[in-house]
Design a protein. Structure first.
Length: 316
């Protein structure tokens, strides 16, 4: 049986931490390694970790100065000894038996590098499930990329996925990013040759609106979101998935348009990246799905270039 390393970064989540850890230690898969990284928490999270460490000596608890989610995940990866790796955010939790059922598939198939299982987004207003109706095995590289980019059955989170550890050999999360997963998974996909899309189990993602709104308003988050969309565009382009490449390019363009209005500090960076795809954007003027207003904006940008940016600055 293969060992599963479960990496859980912890930062100021005392309200949710016990629920998260309980959902992990109660998983019935016996061959697991649980790594908790306290990323410089300033609330009561450290005391909760100390309690679990005393009562569950097999838990691995790391203390480190605050470096952000990417830094904490990388610290876990550096010491993980499992054949497979998964991640859990410390304000989330899993349904019982999620790991055992899915690890059974991986233990039986040596060609699979990644397994994606259902994700449930839970907020005070709604619950949304991203789930496949049936188990799918995908062993063609282009089809794997296509399934991920379409995103109907697969989220862009690393937390509802189990990865073969060897694909992390030369890859780590990029330090200082706020939208880590969208940028990270395309790198991983280059090393994936087989994937299972599972319909079993659930990762429960807790949507905390105050935290999300604060993060989304930051210029860095907008930059990371732009970079994520642009990276997905480039991935689709590399594998000649034209419609998907156009989808993600236009997503990046709308982020740029909005950032001009709000005066984002990275506007020059956005402009210079989009400039490399100027003619591609011009071609989208003729895309039937866009209304006239969108087509006019695309046409003006494509024709005016830098002048478009200067004329739409805040205060103009």
């Amino acid at each position: 049986m293969s060992k599963l390393s479960i990496i859980i970064p912890v930062y100021n989540v005392q309200e949710y931490l016990a629920n998260c850890i309980d959902s992990i230690i109660n998983q019935d898969y016996p061959f697991k390694e649980v790594i908790l990284i306290n990323d410089g928490s300033t609330d009561g999270s450290a005391k909760i970790l100390e309690f679990y460490k005393v009562n569950y000596p097999d838990l691995i608890v790391i203390e480190k100065t605050n470096g952000g989610l990417s830094s904490a995940r990388n610290a876990g990866l550096d010491i993980a000894t499992g054949d497979f790796v998964t991640f859990v955010d410390s304000d989330d939790y899993l349904d019982l038996n999620t790991y055992s059922s899915n690890m059974e598939f991986l233990n039986q198939n040596s060609k699979i590098d990644i397994l994606s299982f259902p994700l449930r987004k839970i907020s005070e207003f709604s619950t949304i499930e991203i789930s496949s109706k049936e188990i799918q095995i995908v062993e063609n590289k282009i089809e794997i990329i296509k399934e991920y980019l379409i995103g109907t059955n697969i989220s862009n989170s690393v937390c509802n996925k189990i990865f073969r550890a060897k694909i992390f050999k030369e890859i780590r999360f990029e330090f200082g990013r706020l939208n880590e997963d969208t940028l990270f998974i395309p790198q991983l996909m280059e090393n994936v040759n087989g994937m299972i899309i599972s319909s079993i189990g659930f990762y429960n993602y807790r949507v905390r609106m105050n935290s999300i709104i604060t993060t989304m308003r930051s210029d860095k988050f907008v930059r990371d979101n732009f970079d994520g969309q642009f990276a997905l565009c480039e991935m689709a382009r590399k594998y000649k998935l034209v419609n998907l490449s156009e989808k993600y390019l236009i997503n990046a363009f709308w982020i740029y348009l909005n950032s001009i209005r709000t005066g984002n500090e990275f506007n020059d960076y956005f402009y210079n990246k989009l400039k490399t795809r100027k003619f591609h954007l011009m071609a989208l003027v003729f895309y039937k799905k866009y209304n006239l207003k969108k087509k006019i904006k695309l046409a003006i940008y494509s024709l005016m270039g830098r002048a478009f940016y200067l004329n739409f600055l805040p205060g103009k």
